[in-house]
Design a protein around this ligand. Structure first.
Ligand code: GTP
Ligand code: MG
Length: 374
């Protein structure tokens, strides 16, 4: 990766230099204010350092589908030709595709049935890749009821059907929870999941890449909001940051509004009550539950259950630099019936922060299974 570092007096100047060197699509990796030491502080203004790189060339949609089909074909080939494991072998790891899938697929073919428990073989395989059994049964049923269902002729066709069914369900959830216009973006969750970091990443992209006007509210709740780094980051980007929400204040309609709140521990009902009262004051808010994807699924579901009394509109998954079990993402969507809105990874700002795409997440789930197999 060719990383370019630029130091300038303002973020705008730095960005102009980055664009001149790498083009308008440059990806900003990090932004920081350079400290000024000693007596120089008196006459020197702090400078801004931006690190950026050229964007990765994007594969087009058809290429991606071709690659996915190729992967599924390889997967099918491996499953059907896989040697049966020795009887003393330990329980298969959740990400492994056990040999009984091969038997099941064979049975499904020779007997002309759809396999174990009436599940579509593709649903059975994604269960082996980590999808909870109840979700696998659900998706199998849904895929059968999907518009214009005709029995798929091959496993790749069946995977394409499951992929489409899941993506369609995800879009339904997104539409169900979408807020009209330009809602206030609010971040809630347990302490330390990456709420403020996600806000900084999102805000930085909007300011530097899209030139949007942004305002930030760093609010206290039952606990004080100690995120000083948010205020420093806003200062670097020249984004106004407030400590009190004033509902009477008139803000231009195209300004993006972000609200940062301190975390609430699971079980802290008083903290959650105070938070719920604060959320009522924010009109038409898009409320993102920020979850650390490196936690176990059981813990994530417990967190989601605790916050489910709030009007959550979507989930942001952080720490994806530490976690690659993509089945967790699908289990969360299906269990909470909330869309995952953004995926974030790493401590750098803006670093990795992208809208979540259901098709890409399905492809990653399948691809991750393949990597485990190799
Ligand atoms: N590895 C990794 N670290 C992260 C990620 N997101 C945040 N962090 C780190 O996790 C720590 C907590 O991040 P914050 O953004 O302050 O978390 P928060 O949810 O706002 O925390 P509270 O406001 O105290 O509830 C910081 O050290 C971040 O740098 C991520 O995606 N990956
Ligand atoms: Mg915070």
């Amino acid at each position: 990766m060719n990383v370019v570092k630029v130091v300038a007096n303002t973020p705008q100047e730095a960005l102009e230099q980055i664009h001149a060197q790498l083009g308008a699509q440059a990806v900003v990796l990090n932004v920081r204010k350079l400290p000024v030491s000693g007596v120089k502080k008196i006459w020197t203004k702090p400078q801004v350092e931006i690190m950026a790189t050229a964007p990765e060339p994007q594969a087009n949609h058809e290429d991606l589908l071709l690659r996915l089909n190729d992967k599924i074909n390889q997967l099918e080939h491996e499953i059907l030709n896989r040697p049966v494991a020795a009887p003393q072998s330990p329980r298969p790891r959740p990400q492994q595709l056990p040999p009984r899938i091969a038997e099941m697929l064979q049975t499904a073919r020779t007997a002309g049935t759809e396999g174990d428990g009436g599940l579509l073989p593709a649903a059975k395989i994604i269960e082996q890749l980590g999808l909870l059994p109840s979700h696998a049964r659900w998706i199998s049923g849904q895929a059968r009821n999907f518009l214009g269902f005709t029995k798929p002729r091959s496993l790749p066709e069946e995977f394409a059907l499951v992929r489409e069914t899941l993506a369609d369900y995800w879009q339904q959830l997104s539409r169900r929870h979408a807020k009209p216009g330009n809602p206030v973006r609010v971040f809630v969750g347990t302490p330390g999941t990456g709420k403020t970091t996600s806000l900084c990443k999102w805000m930085t992209q909007e300011v530097l890449l899209h030139n949007r006007a942004v305002r930030v509210w760093r609010l206290d709740s039952a606990a004080a909001n100690l995120a000083d780094f948010l205020s420093v980051h806003c200062e670097v980007l020249r984004v106004p940051v407030e400590r009190i929400w004033d509902s009477a204040e008139l803000i231009p309609e195209d300004t993006l509004r972000f609200v940062d709140l301190p975390g609430v521990q699971v079980g802290d009902r008083e903290g959650r009550r105070v938070l719920a009262d604060q959320l009522k004051e924010l009109p038409q808010a898009e409320i993102h539950l920020v979850l650390n994807a490196a936690y176990d699924l059981g813990l994530l579901l417990a967190h989601a259950r605790f916050f489910s009394t709030l009007p959550i509109t979507g989930i942001i998954l952080t720490h994806l630099d530490e976690e690659t079990r993509w089945s967790k993402c699908w289990n969360l969507v299906l269990a909470t019936q909330l869309p995952v809105t953004y995926l974030a990874g790493g401590q750098n700002i803006p670093g990795d922060f992208q809208p979540a795409q259901p098709e890409a997440l399905f492809d990653r789930l399948v691809a991750a299974g393949r990597v485990e197999e190799e």
